[in-house]
Design a protein. Structure first.
Length: 282
């Protein structure tokens, strides 16, 4: 490189140095002030966020709602501190606010499904139609509530499956909540010669002594219907949802043994065929 090129590069470096020095001299206080305001905003946001979270815990308000509100307040304070810091640097925030508003509108339209899930999650947390540990059925899906998030609710079933339901599919739908238990309905038919009072008393006593049956939730045994074969007996009781099928099968086996020991005749469909004299059945 010749001397002329070297002198030109040195001159350009000197110009850059002078520009940076002049900027720091003229705007150093603005930079320090903006940085101080932003750091102060971060500190205030953390303090207020923790304060809100503690208040929710003190008043025993749902933890998920407390985290959501505290995080929302923290983000809003940080945004406000950032806007004030930019104003301290002399940067006009009006075009930026307009751009943020336009971007927010576009983002809102793009993620409206997600936002509706969050809105539904807040509704669930505030109204508390169910809590963790309850058994719910919504849109044909049944399970035990494992966790409630802002966007979705987690369920589990007896098979160990994890079921995730978006909250927008819960709010506004018909919801069945049977607490920690699930209803078992059993029907069978006995002969009309059976003593109905003795039978219902026998079944009720058996279910009352069964450890897997939630006796505090009520046991119902009675004649459900009449049909050509005999009396249809209906049995309704609740068992823990986590062991629903196992408890149902064990209880059915106990009922079968007890009915067999009591010589209760189970009705079976019978069909009589009359053959006229002189004809031969096929």
């Amino acid at each position: 490189m010749d001397q002329a090129g070297l002198d030109k590069e040195l001159e350009q470096l000197q110009q850059v140095y002078q520009m940076v020095t002049e900027f720091l001299v003229n705007y150093s206080f603005q930079l320090i002030g903006a940085a101080f305001i932003f750091l102060l905003g971060l500190w205030v946001a953390a303090k207020i966020s923790n304060l809100i979270k503690r208040k929710f815990e003190t008043h025993q308000i749902d933890q998920t709602l407390g985290n959501f509100v505290s995080n929302l307040v923290r983000v809003l304070i940080i945004i406000m501190a950032g806007i004030i810091a930019l104003g301290k640097l002399g940067i006009s925030i009006t075009p930026m606010v307009a751009a943020i508003g336009a971007a927010s509108l576009g983002a809102g339209l793009a993620i409206q499904g997600m936002l509706s899930n969050y809105a539904a999650g807040v509704t669930i947390i505030v109204t508390r139609p169910f809590v963790i540990g309850d058994t719910i059925e919504v849109k044909g899906v049944t399970g035990v509530v494992e966790d409630i998030h802002l966007g979705f609710t987690e369920l589990s079933n007896e098979d160990g499956e994890k079921i995730t339901i978006p909250n927008k599919h819960i709010v506004g739908e018909i919801l069945h909540n049977s607490a920690e238990c699930k209803l078992v309905e059993t029907r069978f038919t006995v002969s009309y010669q059976t003593d109905a009072d003795q039978l219902t008393s026998l079944i009720h006593g058996l279910l009352s002594d069964a450890p897997q049956v939630a006796t505090d939730r009520g046991i119902q045994v009675g004649i459900n219907d009449f049909n050509p074969m005999g009396m249809e007996i209906g049995v309704r009781y609740l068992v823990p949802t986590a062991t629903y099928h196992r408890d149902k099968y064990e209880t059915n086996m106990m009922l079968h043994r007890q009915l067999k020991q009591a010589n209760i005749e189970m009705a079976c469909p019978l069909r009589e065929i009359h053959v006229p004299p002189g004809t031969h059945p096929l």
